[in-house]
Design a protein around this ligand. Structure first.
Ligand SMILES: NC(=O)C1=CN([C@@H]2O[C@H](COP(=O)(O)OP(=O)(O)OC[C@H]3O[C@@H](n4cnc5c(N)ncnc54)[C@H](OP(=O)(O)O)[C@@H]3O)[C@@H](O)[C@H]2O)C=CC1
Ligand SMILES: O=C(CO)COP(=O)(O)O
Length: 344
């Protein structure tokens, strides 16, 4: 059986390690950076801070040692997006001639470079790693996967064989895994939905209703697809698990850190206050700034993302933001490129 390890012992890294340990991979080593978590995972088989109430499989073993991590045939990356580059730089020092499969599960866009996570990884390790790298994404709250509630996700990779191998490794009776060759679309779906989930949370925090949420999800998906296609993704990917699927779950679930973050903003908390209160990473905040900066000079209409940026970073009153979204010029619903079938 393949040896598997995970970098990042937060909620998602721990849930995935547990999932694979339950599947029979043993041991699944998880790199943590805090001795407190090392002891708790190895002695009590819990990670209460990140997965409260979950008893971990005994084959989930925490380590603080990269030398143990690089012994694996497959390494899962589950760190916040702003830490990915540092983590890969460190990993590179230890890898030497080793070439394990890497599976990125991080959902975000790097600030400054505006790179997707696979681009960050390749920019540090080199082009020859393209064929060793897969991306796993989809509607998978760690809290539910770790309780083995039925969930689905998607794996993207350049080579079909690698996507199928990773599909087979993660697939279980409670986690159904699909494959998709569109790495750009799968990564962007996972990263951009977090911004719309912030907006959905803001709407909830303002006391708006289900209609508002449905409008944000639907028009948010249009923005995600519009930007995604401009960045080279396939339109249909956004109708899939890493697009619509993850958007729906993140906008609707109380597990979502992005949505909870948005609720606090809608209730009048500052960015700093919301960051303190949510504690875990709300990826949409940094990704919103990255996308705003990346698209500022592009001829792309991204009204929800733009208002979200202004509320988060320019102190704009969210009610005014919503009002401006509602009173924009009248529009056709369907994008010009796809409108031929919808002409009167
Ligand atoms: N939670 C979920 O349901 C899902 C999350 N994701 C994505 O997975 C990624 C990780 O999220 P999640 O696990 O939820 O985040 P959490 O906030 O729960 O945990 C982040 C973890 O990363 C660790 N970490 C931070 N910096 C480093 C570093 N330099 N090296 C090693 N570990 C580090 C933290 O350690 P410490 O605690 O010691 O600071 C913590 O254990 C995000 O991009 C998220 O969008 C994807 C699907 C589902
Ligand atoms: O990506 C996720 C579920 O698929 C987790 O979303 P949050 O980061 O908002 O909690």
């Amino acid at each position: 059986m393949m040896k598997i390890s995970v970098i990042g012992g937060g909620s998602w890294g721990t849930a995935l390690a547990n999932h694979l340990a339950i599947k029979g991979y043993a041991p699944v080593k998880v790199l943590v950076i805090n001795e407190k978590y090392l002891k708790e995972i190895n002695e009590k088989h819990t990670n209460e801070n990140y997965l409260p109430g979950v008893k971990l499989n005994k084959n989930v073993i925490a380590t603080m040692n990269y030398e143990e991590i690089i012994e694996a045939d497959l390494i899962i990356l589950s760190v916040p997006s702003h830490e990915m580059r540092n983590v890969i730089k460190t990993l590179k020092k230890y890898l030497g001639e080793k070439k394990p499969i890497l599976v990125s599960t991080t959902k975000g866009i790097e600030e400054g470079t505006h790179m997707r996570m696979s681009q960050v990884i390749i920019s540090e390790l080199g082009e020859e790693w393209v064929e060793r790298l897969a991306v796993l994404s989809g509607p998978t709250h760690a809290e539910e996967v770790s309780r083995q509630l039925p969930s689905s996700c998607v794996v993207a990779a350049k080579k079909k064989e690698l996507a199928e191998l990773v599909q087979d490794i993660f697939m279980s009776p409670t986690l159904r895994v699909y494959i998709n060759p569109d790495i750009i679309g799968v990564e962007l779906g996972g990263a951009l939905k977090n911004i719309i989930a912030l907006a959905a949370g803001i709407a909830d925090g303002l006391g708006y209703g289900d209609n508002t949420k449905a409008a944000l999800i639907t028009r948010g998906l249009t923005e995600i697809a519009r930007l995604g296609v401009a960045m080279g993704a396939k339109m249909m990917t956004f109708a899939g698990l890493s697009g619509l699927g993850d958007l729906v779950v993140t906008c609707a679930s109380m597990h979502s850190r992005n949505r909870r973050f948005g609720i606090l903003i809608g209730q009048g908390k500052t960015l700093e206050e919301a960051t303190k209160e949510v504690k875990q990473v709300a990826e949409g905040v940094r990704t919103c700034r990255a996308v705003y900066e990346m698209t500022r000079d592009m001829d792309l209409e991204l009204p929800i993302i733009t208002q979200c940026y202004k509320v988060l970073f320019e102190g704009k009153d969210p009610e005014i933001g919503v009002s401006e979204l509602m009173t924009r010029g009248a529009k056709h619903e369907i994008e010009e490129v796809a409108r031929d079938d919808f002409e009167w």
